[in-house]
Ligand binder design. Structure first.
Ligand code: AMP
Length: 409
């Protein structure tokens, strides 16, 4: 029989908060992870993107862990890789915190320090943070993590990336060993978790999705295409398949900017989002897209993980990602909350190997997309060897990214 939220051991106050969010029944990851986390156990949870992971860790912690007694020292710490994801988690925590009285604060890079310092001074129970800014504020003694009772690493496998891990590891070292630790991601498994078993105590594993398992509601396609013809192909797909609520992923900041500019030049309503933009620009671009003011958001992988924008019709991988896990996260931006979506990936000669790694991870051969009204000038045979392998861009980082240095988004 399907479990209800009541079956998961949550208190009446939390159940009322859940009802206010409009959730009727727990999603599978919630049904499995919440009772374990309610027991105070460490949990490593792998669940597909868009399946309710945020509430799966916020609900038990907010229910179980009381408000902090120590001024600028929170009782719950949630670390997440991107600023956008932090803001999204904040909205779930704040909605729930209204019922339980927990005070929620978010500290992220790219924003001025003053409001964050002020909020920290007022007292906090739940702190949501990106690693760099948190470490900075700890070093300035503006916040302490010495009293936290629970630590969540959201998009956990990503936190073990060499770009993040030294900072995250330093922060964890300042937290009490007695804390409860929850690791959540769509792309984490026992092997990845084992590499950090020193931060876990006898964890319970919740595997609603295998590593690399993609959202059920997303149909995946590829289109072989020469680099120089990607823009024309994109315009032809937008023309035939619709040009509203589309996310286009490109590999670098400059390619993202160029792609958005070319789309605007072709008469489409597009905006770029990447780490080279100010936080205010990033926020505005995401808000414009979320509210339907912009039709097409062109993004680097800064937007690949966790971002929950409803009704994304389809996503286009203008470039395939460097790490196959990012593919799983990217395509999880569509096909959310029970709605169908498509993911169309452009595959040039140069990205033939990247496609192979992705197909290995997702465990399927991705079928070709039938393009309408696009006649390529150059026929690309992706089963053939790349023409100039010596000039090929190296794939950055192994699939689990241990030892790999991430490109700046
Ligand atoms: P997440 O995976 O946390 O990004 O959540 C994806 C979407 O599912 C968000 O829009 C949530 O508000 C929604 N959601 C989470 N849990 C439930 C639930 N139990 N019932 C209905 N919607 C949910």
């Amino acid at each position: 029989m399907e479990k209800t939220f009541k079956d998961l051991g949550l208190s009446e106050a939390t159940l009322r908060a859940v009802a206010r969010l409009g959730y009727e029944n727990p999603t599978p990851v919630q049904a499995e992870a919440i009772p374990l986390a309610m027991e105070g156990r460490d949990v490593v949870a792998a669940a597909k993107t868009g399946t309710g992971k945020t509430a799966a860790f916020v609900l038990p912690l907010i229910d179980r862990i009381k408000r902090s007694k120590n001024g600028n020292s929170p009782s719950i710490l949630i670390i997440t890789p991107t600023r956008e994801l932090a803001c999204q988690i904040e909205s779930v925590c704040s909605a729930l915190g209204r019922s339980t009285g927990h005070r929620v604060t978010t500290v992220i890079g790219g924003m001025s320090y003053a409001p964050q310092l002020k909020a920290l001074k007022r007292g906090i129970d739940i702190l949501i943070a990106t690693p760099g800014r948190l470490k900075d504020l700890i070093d300035r003694r503006a916040v302490s993590v010495a009293n936290i009772e629970a630590l969540v690493l959201d998009e956990a496998d990503f936190m073990f990336d060499m770009g993040f891990w030294p900072t995250v590891r330093d922060i964890i070292a300042l937290t009490p060993a007695s804390r409860q630790t929850l690791l959540f991601s769509a792309t984490i498994d026992r092997n990845v978790a084992k590499t950090v078993d020193n931060i876990l105590r006898n964890p319970a594993y919740v595997e609603v999705a295998h590593r690399g398992e993609t959202a059920d509601m997303v149909d995946q396609f590829i289109v072989p295409v020469a680099q120089m013809e990607k823009h024309d192909l994109l315009c032809s797909i937008l023309e035939s398949r619709g040009s509203e609520r589309i996310i286009v992923f490109a590999r670098t900041k400059s390619r993202t900017d160029r792609c958005a500019k070319q789309l605007c030049g072709a008469g489409y309503d597009a905006e770029a989002i990447h780490s080279g933009k100010s936080q205010a620009q990033r926020k505005r671009a995401l808000e414009n897209f979320t509210r339907g003011k912009t039709d097409i958001l062109v993004a680097t992988d800064v937007l690949a993980r966790g971002i929950d924008v409803s009704g994304v019709d389809y996503i286009v991988n203008f470039d395939l990602p460097d790490c196959p896990e990012d593919y799983v996260h990217r395509i999880g931006r569509t096909g959310r909350a029970g709605k169908a979506g498509d993911a169309i990936s452009f595959v040039s000669h140069e990205s033939r190997d990247a496609l192979r790694s992705i197909e290995k991870l997702v465990g399927m051969k991705i079928p070709a997309f039938k393009t309408v009204g696009f006649t390529p000038k150059e026929v690309v045979n992706i089963s053939a060897k790349p023409r100039s392998s010596s000039k090929r861009r190296p794939n950055i980082g192994p699939s689990t990214r241990q030892g790999g240095q991430r490109r700046a988004w």
